[in-house]
Design a binder for this molecule. Structure first.
Ligand code: ZN
Length: 293
């Protein structure tokens, strides 16, 4: 298998991160008054407006945003600086507040890239407020791309937690899907789990599959990645061959059920209850495999 057939919804982007400006406070101060701003609330929601069949990210003028809110520099687009702020939803006409899971596929490339970065940064700032060395409250620096401890001068950077997600197949017409007990009735998806400390992504694939369904895997192949800021994951997508295809044993209790599914079974249930959300890399891994059959 090769790359996924379409760019993953939350991997899209159209702005220039302009990351060299992050450490230039004079630039950032001068950029703010003419900035366009993504406001993210404490629940990771942002404002959108309807546009055709899709959604457009609603950007605010700097003057419409509370002056005391911390600003995070997202980059530039068409020469215009873009920032995010973490703040309560201001009153804006004709908008709806929504999140990446709901709106991710309907946003255009620019909106998807800005919103995903804004939510990821907002999540980190709201949960990493103190120095891990000494406990002193830290302050945003570098345009929001780091936090600094005023007591010991240490810098701390946004955390990303790598997770693996893998379509396990038999080399023919069946793949492994499982379900977690909390999911809606009938929902199944590919297997996934976090990468352990000191572990490669490929080893995480093999370990998680062994723990969750008792299979040994071979031919582990990287496919694509997608940020998944709920709150801070990066999903690394793989395919792997079950070697040999065998009966499943639910070993670690994370899944309430798992089984082998044929392409036809998945096609029949697409749009009914079976599949993960179309914004997820799980959906793309699964549908690309189905379409190859
Ligand atoms: Zn400190």
């Amino acid at each position: 298998m090769t790359a996924v057939s379409v760019l993953l919804p939350l991997s899209r982007s159209a702005h220039d991160p302009a990351s060299l400006h992050r450490s230039d406070q004079a630039f950032l101060d001068a950029a703010w008054p003419r900035a366009r701003v993504v406001v993210v609330d404490a629940d990771g929601r942002f404002a959108v407006t309807a546009e055709g069949d899709g959604l457009r990210l609603r950007l605010l003028a700097a003057g419409d945003v509370a002056a005391e809110a911390s600003r995070f520099f997202l980059g530039e687009h068409d020469g215009v600086p873009h920032f995010a702020v973490l703040a309560p939803a201001p009153a804006v006409d004709a908008v709806r507040w929504t999140g990446l899971r709901e709106a991710g596929t309907a946003l255009d490339d620019l909106g998807a890239g800005l919103a995903t970065t804004a939510v990821a940064l907002a999540n980190w700032h709201s949960t990493h407020t103190h120095c891990p060395r000494c406990g002193t409250p830290t302050e945003p620096v570098q345009g929001g791309w780091a936090r600094r401890c005023p007591a010991d001068g240490s810098d701390h950077f946004p955390r990303t937690d790598p997770a693996v997600i893998m379509l396990i197949h038999d080399g023919a017409d069946r793949c492994v899907l499982g379900r977690q007990p909390s999911w809606p009735e009938g929902r199944y998806s590919v297997l996934a789990g976090f990468v352990d400390a000191g572990e490669s992504a490929e080893a995480a694939v093999a370990r998680e599959v062994g723990e969750e369904v008792g299979l040994q895997v071979a031919d582990v192949r990287y496919v694509a990645s997608q940020p998944w800021p709920f709150p801070s994951s990066l999903m690394l997508g793989f395919t792997a061959l079950a070697d040999p295809p065998a009966a499943l044993r639910l070993r670690d209790g994370e899944l309430s059920d798992a089984g082998w599914f044929s392409r036809e079974q998945i096609r029949q249930r697409d749009g009914v209850v079976l599949l993960p959300s179309s914004v997820s890399i799980a959906y793309r891994l699964l549908m690309d495999w189905v379409d190859r059959g």
